[in-house]
Design a protein around this ligand. Structure first.
Ligand code: HPA
Length: 277
């Protein structure tokens, strides 16, 4: 068996022992968006360090724990509070370990969330954006290396990374709870330095609406394994040069905290629709 498969299976056996059968949905919570995890009832909380092989994340605003519990809709949800980023020095195949463990456990739907800079000038600070598609400028792909056929095919299709039915449900959910929801293309860069204004102008010309340092490897790995993927960005700041002021991580955290209520309302309605369908 490949090292990757045995690592995943070690993690999954602990997940099964501690949290039972695979949940209906896994939600990866981006910077400052961890509060959703606290809304789950009867929760089993597993610090990442308690799960074999699971990479740690040391970023401020990321808790580093898996919370498995019951959502208000009745769905069983796994919330990944904290993720491993490439800019921390994690190899891309490590950065996607958590999402792969979810899919290997049998979780059928994976909702990726993140904080992102707004490239599209129509987006206000604090807007929520449904990810329609992505552009991978990380210079890395989690599928590089020998393909593990038990996980997926060598050359997976990426025409429909972000599941169309799930996207339609997100749009309906947003309308139902009165939360404005933008839609657009997420572009991933390695970071950790923020972009320059010239890079942002270039990314806009490429067709990007938002920029961030995560999500894309997870989306690729989850699609490879056949999980259905959805993505929501919180536009925490105008991207570099959109307004004439420097970017700060504190601002990212403050904006994410400010829209927490809307973000949770959207997730609640979206998850309820996902599991009803
Ligand atoms: N750039 C990259 N990543 C980000 C940003 C940004 O402006 N805001 C939040 N994450």
């Amino acid at each position: 068996m490949s090292d990757l498969l045995s690592s995943l299976d070690n993690a999954v056996s602990v997940l099964r022992q501690r949290a039972g059968a695979a949940p209906d949905v896994a939600v990866v919570l981006g910077s400052g968006l961890g509060a959703f995890a606290e809304t789950l009832a009867d929760a089993t909380v597993l610090p990442y360090a308690a799960i074999p092989e699971w990479p740690s994340s040391a970023v401020v605003g990321h808790a580093g724990k898996l919370v498995v519990g019951t959502h208000a809709s009745g769905a069983r949800v796994a919330a990944l509070s904290g993720r491993a980023h490439l800019y921390e020095g994690h190899h891309v195949s490590r950065a996607v370990f958590g999402v792969r463990a979810m899919a290997r456990w049998g979780v059928p739907r994976i909702l990726l969330t993140n904080a992102a800079g707004g490239i599209n000038t129509a987006f206000t600070q604090g807007a929520l954006m449904l990810i329609e598609d992505h552009i991978n400028l990380l210079g890395a792909n989690p599928l590089v290396g020998p393909n593990v056929d038990a996980l997926g095919v060598r050359f997976p299709d990426m025409t429909y990374v972000y599941d169309r039915e799930l996207r339609a449900m997100a749009v309906e959910a947003a309308a139902a709870v009165g939360v404005p929801l933008q839609q657009g293309v997420y572009l991933a860069t390695m970071g950790p330095s923020y972009e320059t204004p010239a890079e942002i102008r270039a990314f806009r010309a490429l067709g990007a609406d938002a920029v961030g340092m995560s999500t894309v490897p997870e989306a690729i790995a989850a699609r490879h394994m056949g999980a259905r993927v959805a993505g929501i960005s919180c536009i925490t700041n105008p991207a570099a040069g959109v307004v004439d002021q420097p970017l700060q991580h504190d601002e990212v955290m403050e904006t994410a905290a400010r829209v927490r209520g809307q973000f949770i309302a959207l997730l609640d309605a979206f998850i309820a629709r996902m599991v009803k369908a």
